[in-house]
Design a protein around this ligand. Sequence first.
Ligand code: NAD
Ligand code: COI
Length: 331
Amino acid sequence: MKFIVYNVRDDEIPFIEKGGKDHGIEVKYTTTTLNQETVEEAAGFDGISCLQTIQYSAELFESFSRLGMKYLSLRNVGVDNIDLPAAKANGVKITNVPAYSPESIAEFAVMMSLYLSRKVGYMRQQLDQKHEFHFSPDFMGRLISEQTVGVVGTGRIGQAAIKLFQGLGAKVIAYDKYPQKNVDNSFVYTKSLEQIYQESDIISIHMPATDDNYHQFNHEVFEQMKDTAILINTARGSIVDTDDLTFALQSGEIAGAGIDTIENESADLQDSRSTKKVSDPDVLKMSMMPNVLITPHSAFHTSEAVKNMIDISLGNLETMVTGETPKDLVD
Ligand code: NAD
Ligand code: COI
């Protein structure tokens, strides 16, 4: 069996080499982004492993079909960037890794909440820009245990986040379009999203990007939120209207934001060898704001997660190539 692994970062290489050896599979890896042209490199391989947040287009799947490539194994959770009908029409089977480490993303959301609640951005700004190192009234923070956290999306990551926030003593309220049946009663589902918007001191988003939640967090929502509220988005950029968020942060409609995922992420974001300067005006603007913590889609990035992403992705590919049905098949 021969697999090709696209979009590889340097930190993935030791895990890929070990995974190939452990699975007894020949593995070639490349830093190249997968698209309808670069897929030509996969000719002669049995399957592709990939991780990227840019689009997997219909044209790409037409190229798969032309090359006789039938298997695409993602190393990540989200499938919002995939033209699934086109994959099906071209006979391409896809797997993802739904639970490589939900705790990695949940911890990151909590870290962002702490950073923003304790005004660390203001401390950094004073030191970095004014070279001053002393207390300021601007640095007075709030305890998480005195706050109500609204979690939107109560799947694997949402539930891991709920546990962590509760561990810090927060009151958690939650909303899910399809509420989970077998959850303990340590948090309550709200009847409406409006209740989340109006009652939460921190809102943490943990749902997939879908057509119906595009720009769900927009001007009308920010107006309903407390002016002391913090928004955390480690889910997908399209869920939050970036222009409206910037306005809300600058005008004081809300107090802060932790943004790990932003609209229109470029292919460069995942190029770990890139030395290109950031040009996205929204990223530049937010990077200057003391009430924003903006990160390059890195909530997942722990050694535990990376190992699982590779092992499970290679395992899924092996299962598909041997003609069995993998448990992580994306329909
Ligand atoms: P999951 O499928 O386990 O849970 C998602 C939950 O969201 C489900 O309970 C579902 O019912 C709910 N949901 C779906 N649509 C909704 C809507 N419109 N409103 C409210 N709830 C809705 O997924 P997960 O593993 O918890 O991951 C959630 C998302 O996190 C992923 O889809 C991905 O976009 C994102 N993610 C980000 C990173 C990162 O590094 N930043 C890493 C992994 C996943
Ligand atoms: C996911 O697993 O869905 C993520 O968002 C992680 C990213 C590296 C694609």
